[in-house]
Design a protein around this ligand. Structure first.
Ligand code: PLP
Length: 397
């Protein structure tokens, strides 16, 4: 039986050490905390071979996850397919193109991975009421996992967030608080109220374990590629949790002796209506500036200023990657292409990475021969309102 090798938490900026035995939010310096493991201890039994025959969901990586898989709040998250994109690959001259299709997750998006780990740990450490500011999908996932855990959830969402997200929050019996503003405004309101309300804040990067759930993306495709990493990863970036998580997973894998020092090029894809990481990348800055008047149909990318922007940019720079923006029209064309060429009906965030691919090939950052993994982070079914408009489906009433 495997167990966690979690030892402590460490600040991502000032390296201060914090206990993993109690509820934690940010470091006193204001930066996110990262979970640390006894990887030398874990390496004795945690090998690629040892994973054979384990459960299929993300708790198969128990040694490098918090809590205990037996006590996990789980809905079967993770274990999603890595699908070869043959027809799209032929169109672009890319014979080694893959889609990691995260629409298979509970609640229809990869937010399930992070929330499974965060809710598991929050409950184990005694939290009763969980609160999150969200562009949409994180709120839906929190509502589902909190209900599974028997905890209360408070979800603060822009009032123009996708109707599907508002609906699922209500369906799971969580408290939906609609805010006239964007995710940052929701976050400010949460910060004002949390002490009085007794909420534990599970905002993106403000607690340490959503990253841990999302880093399993990296462990999964390493296994799915037969024990190696791709040359490039295309990640639709809002708060950047998955990108930071995968980067952390690679470091852990190197310490475990699974890989060497090579890293995939990390490609951050944003929407041109909200592209703070892209702008910072183009100006070679270590941090982003808040994006004004953020608008895009890709709700998950509508994050004007990410708390972990410096970690996202660091991974991009150190990997020789890039950050690119795609317009909403390009995003919709990407959704259409994937649906028509490959039979996959992706969310707009997934459409964005499809649109980004030819841009990266044209500018020479990537070669057609490279092994590339594109992320579809959720199902189109959560965006029927915007997609219906784009595909000329008019309701007849
Ligand atoms: C949240 C979300 C993203 C962005 O993920 P981050 O890890 O916050 O960058 C992308 N796509 C979908 C569907 C999302 O819900």
């Amino acid at each position: 039986m495997s167990k966690t090798f979690l030892t402590h938490l460490k600040c991502s900026r000032c390296s201060a050490v914090h206990s993993a035995g109690q509820l934690q939010n940010l470091c006193s310096c204001g930066a996110p905390l990262l979970a640390c493991y006894d990887l030398a201890g874990a390496a004795r039994t945690f090998t690629r071979e040892s994973l054979r025959g384990r459960r299929r969901d993300l708790w198969r990586y128990q040694e490098v996850l918090p809590g205990s898989a037996d006590a996990a709040v789980t809905l079967g998250e993770g274990g999603t397919p890595l699908l070869p994109l043959k027809r799209l690959g032929e169109r672009h001259g890319c014979p080694h193109l893959y889609l990691k299709d995260e629409s298979f997750n509970p609640t229809g998006t990869f937010k399930a991975r992070g929330m499974a780990a965060a809710v598991t740990q929050a409950r184990a450490l005694g939290a009763r009421k969980l609160a999150v500011p969200t562009a949409g999908n994180a709120g839906g996932a929190l509502a589902a996992y909190a209900s599974r855990a028997g905890l209360e959830a408070y979800v603060l969402m822009p009032k123009d967030a996708p109707p599907a997200n508002q609906l699922e929050v209500r369906a799971h019996g969580a408290n939906l608080i609609l805010v006239d503003g964007l995710i940052g405004d929701c976050g400010r309101l949460l910060a004002e109220r949390k002490e009085k309300e007794g909420w534990f804040d599970v905002s993106t990067l403000k607690e340490p374990y959503r990253i841990e759930g999302k880093k399993t993306l990296g462990y999964e495709f390493y296994e799915q590629l037969g024990g190696r990493l791709p040359d490039a990863i295309f990640y639709p970036t809002g708060g950047g949790v998955g990108l930071i998580g995968m980067w952390k997973a690679f470091e852990e894998m190197e310490t475990l002796g699974w890989i060497g020092s090579e890293r995939p090029k990390m490609i951050s894809v944003q929407a041109s209506g909200c592209a703070p990481i892209v702008r910072a990348f183009e100006q070679h800055k270590p941090e982003s500036e808040p994006w004004k008047d953020a608008v895009t149909i890709a709700a998950g990318l509508r994050v004007p200023k990410a708390l972990g922007d410096f970690l996202v940019l660091d991974a991009i720079y150190r990997s020789g990657g890039a950050a690119v923006a795609t317009t909403d029209d390009e995003i919709l064309a990407g959704v259409r292409t994937l649906a028509r060429l490959e039979g996959i009906f992706a969310c707009p965030e997934g459409g964005a990475v499809i649109a980004a691919l030819p841009k990266l090939l044209e500018c020479g950052v990537l070669k057609g021969e490279d092994t590339m993994i594109l992320f579809n982070t959720g199902t189109a079914m959560k965006y029927l309102d915007v997609l219906a408009r784009a595909f000329d489906v008019v309701s007849k009433d």
